[in-house]
Ligand binder design. Sequence first.
Ligand code: GTP
Ligand code: SPV
Ligand code: MN
Length: 605
Amino acid sequence: MALTKNPNVLKWIDEMTALTKPDKVVWIDGSKAQLDALTEEAISTGEMKRLNEDKFPGCLYHRTKPNDVARVEDRTFICSRKKENAGPTNNWMDPKEMYAMLTPMYDGVMKGRTMYVIPYSMGPIGSPIAKVGVELTDSIYVVLNMNIMTRMGEQAFKNLPDDSNDFVRGLHSKADVDPEKRYIVQFPEDNTIWSINSAYGGNVLLGKKCFALRIASYQGWKEGWMAEHMLILGVKKPDGDIKYVAAAFPSACGKTNLAMLIPPAVYKEAGYEVFTVGDDIAWMKPGPDGRLYAINPENGFFGVAPGTNAKSNFNALECTKKNAIFTNVAINLDDNTVWWEGLDKNPPENAEEWKGAKVNGKEFTAQMGADGKPQKLAHPNSRFTAPAENCPCLSSEFNNPQGVPISAIIFGGRRASTTPLVYQSFDWNHGTYVGSAVSSETTAAATGAVGVLRHDPMAMKPFIGYNVGDYWQHWLDMGKTLGDKAPKIFNVNWFHQDADGNFIWPGFGDNMRVLDWIIKRCEGKVDATETAIGYLPKPEDINVTGIEDEVTPAIMDQLLEVNKDLWTKEVAEMRRYYAEDIEAKGGNVPAELKAQLDNIEKRLG
Ligand code: GTP
Ligand code: SPV
Ligand code: MN
């Protein structure tokens, strides 16, 4: 039975049903009985497996096809009516042509299948910043994941007035999971997403990257707010005051880890605590007091499994202990639990690797793969989907419809050299430049080569739903709106390497030491050194109590170095990037950003 009377929703569902021709249409109301029945059905068909009920109550296991394990940026499109509105960072096709190409692929694609109608809210029910989507899908895996990642079911329509047209129409079919016919398409001007021939998270949980970043960034541009690839966390200081920061790092570069950070002993003992509001996406809007307020539009975490362990991210691991879904990790057949690289040093002997082959995990991981590196039991982009409510350090403001006030915005990426551990921009416009200059070594979160340095402005390259030049201008405009209430903007780099490729900063919980400096800067409580690229910490102002052996004064100097030669190269590369990758390809780089380049060059001397 339909869960809304909204005629716009009903008409669209009728049209999509006529196109895809499912045997059955099922409205997802979000009830436990319905979800339990769907879970049983997915288990009976082999789509999902139940894990050890004592150790992982309510947890499920799923594997995707080996050709379908990450986002596919080369098959992702922004179909705005005008090509220049998609801009140089996006694939584009005329929406009419795209609909014409995809319509035959969707025609009858759900014959013999059930279409699930998933109403969902991105953002807390009742939040003025939240928005509604409806996803149509032929995948139970999608339904069960959307249940974790969004506020799903009947409740979602509370956020949609009965006659409103302001909802995002998502159509997903896994079809034949054919990589040659895989398309992830956003039509920003139609509030529409069409995804076909994939069953991997980022391509099919349409509330996430497709809506909450690609469509929402476009909406934010039109409506005066921001949708960003950012975690949100709160740091409670010994005086009880909580400061909120948002941080943008590219995919698989540490957002979930920073969001759930456990402070080192020296901070815990002093009374510091960290609370998680979000780990991947922030929607930010100026509030009544003129400050920038952020909500996390999601309701769960779709996190990278490899590398997650009790030491690196205790809280994330806790999140996965009940009612979670694991995708493409390995199974320990002895006790029907999960395993991945970095969980511990004991690959299970009696294992099923991520593609499903039964192997001796110890022998398997001791052998070299085709890439000359040890074979992996779990896919490097294997993931857990975990309810936010499982998070031991979840912020009490998680469901606050108004969001939390942001004091600092942090950019970062994987940089083996050049970029210091932390620096502060001179002002909002310079900070916008710093965001535009984010580049990072690629990871397994998207298909393609790994470890290649690429530009990823604001960690949003794969997610900006319009022209990147307009996006940068929107950032500059938001700065004008916010004025002196704007958050301070910083850049961090946890990934400095020595000559042997070892990370020289301990990272993870110890990143608290950098957050501490950032917050003190926001409060005007600590001095800094003015350099050509921004304000840097004085070495003695990064607290190294407890890690003195690891981070010696010499290492700290290395971490805080602004190397003139490297930065001269960096600035030259940014000039090339703006000119060749953006302006020559249809993006307008705002004059303010180019002026920043001149300024840095002058300061470098
Ligand atoms: P997406 O979900 O893809 O957007 O990724 P994310 O930005 O949330 O990254 P996540 O926190 O899952 O971390 C990805 C990888 O980076 C994991 O393998 C982590 O172990 C590693 N990582 C995270 N933080 C640090 C750090 O401070 N230092 C080092 N060396 N590695 C880190
Ligand atoms: C990312 O790749 O940035 C992710 C995972 O957070 S996905 O949902 O696949 O986009
Ligand atoms: Mn992400």
